[in-house]
Design a protein around this ligand. Sequence first.
Ligand code: HEM
Length: 443
Amino acid sequence: MATIAQSPAGTHQWSRSPSPHEALEAHYAANPDTRPPHPHKWDTSRSDIYFENRWEPIFKEMRAAGPVHYIPESPFGPYWSVVGHKAVQHTEALPEIFSSSWEYGGITILDDLPDIPEEERMRLPMFIAMDRPKHTGQRKTVAPAFTPAEMKRLEDDIRQRTGETLDALPRGEVFDWVNTVSIPLTTGMLAILFDFPWEDRDLLTHWSDWAGDTELATVRALDETRRGMLHEMAAYFQLLWAERAQKGEAPDLISRMIHSPAMNQMEPQEFMGNLVLLIVGGNDTTRNTMSGIVHAFDRFPDQRKLFEEDASLIPNAVQECIRYQTPLKHMRRTATQDTELFGQNIAAGDKVLLWYNSANRDESVFEDAEKLDIRRENARRHLAFGYGIHRCVGARLAELQLRVLLEEMHKRRLRVHVAGDVQRVRANFVEGFRKLEVEVTEF
Ligand code: HEM
């Protein structure tokens, strides 16, 4: 276990407000007319299709009609949807034409709300939303934190924390897997990566939930709260930054950023942006696959049985569960020039969404794509981590955490049944579970 730094923890009072999901549901309950309208039948920016888990047939219909479609109307303006596996990969391989840069619009569907004055706009530059060459230098700074050697160094700790979490699970009663397993394991991992004050680690989850939600930002009142949360986070990290800057080099991510030539000249906004990226990138995603695995095994008991009978299937099961779950539904690009994409004419400035969830259901690549198949030979071809220069830098860490979770479940002969309420996240970006009530038995 990494040492927990002497930190700003306890020296300041940090407000803990409701989660964004609670805030959003309360807002919609009180103001049902403010739900954004989605008149176009293929506008998959609508979050209700994910909340109600009815997105698969919509994308299937789109794929059957072609790999790239124009959606002229949505609460986020017009956009292109790239829905085929080959087309998503192709687009990602052309970063000069399809920019990730926040100067063009960044990597989410959201452009700043038009009524927000320039000085209030919260543009957080982060390297996922940069093009070459700046992206290359900043990515290189954090990449050494995710090498195979680093994964080896972290594995024992991950295994120990996972084992302890599983050993403490209640028996003979229904409990929420999200709050009891998925959130504590991923939040603990991030706290270790940042050497973040352990007693304050729940704040990482809280901030990440507020930062990563684009639906919220369509609701002006909640967007203000969201900006407030980001400012609160910025204040905390500024204290941590000052504290780490006093110390010498260390393997935690904040120290790596402080002492790297590519990052140590960063403006405070840029530093904050990269921290948000690492927190949101490493939090919602892995957390939701930890829940997704349990949900998928319950939905496909034949696959759970295969896992129980043969632990050697675990590495491939991890890939297949990531394909099946696809924790980030899309990334956005912006065309830097007029271009043609699979027969469609795209104009400079157009917004282009790469739908990983649809690419991972593409029948021309994955047979019976809507089924979980932990022996699937090409499960590794999934695009859940993206492709090309921006491919997820934390992929190895996510895979390690998920493999260890399955191995430790297997060792304990733990079978997890869905036994109560299942609530999905209402979002068009993150795919996941807010609540997953389960019961454990042995196999
Ligand atoms: C980038 C997915 C876990 C940090 C990305 C991208 C995706 C993704 C789709 C964008 C790729 C692209 O634009 O081509 C996932 C999934 C995860 C996961 C599905 C878990 C199952 C993590 C973890 C971390 C992390 C654990 C770190 C703690 C990042 C960072 C980037 C990124 C920093 C930006 C990379 C770049 O722009 O060069 N991830 N991620 N991710 N992810 Fe992950």
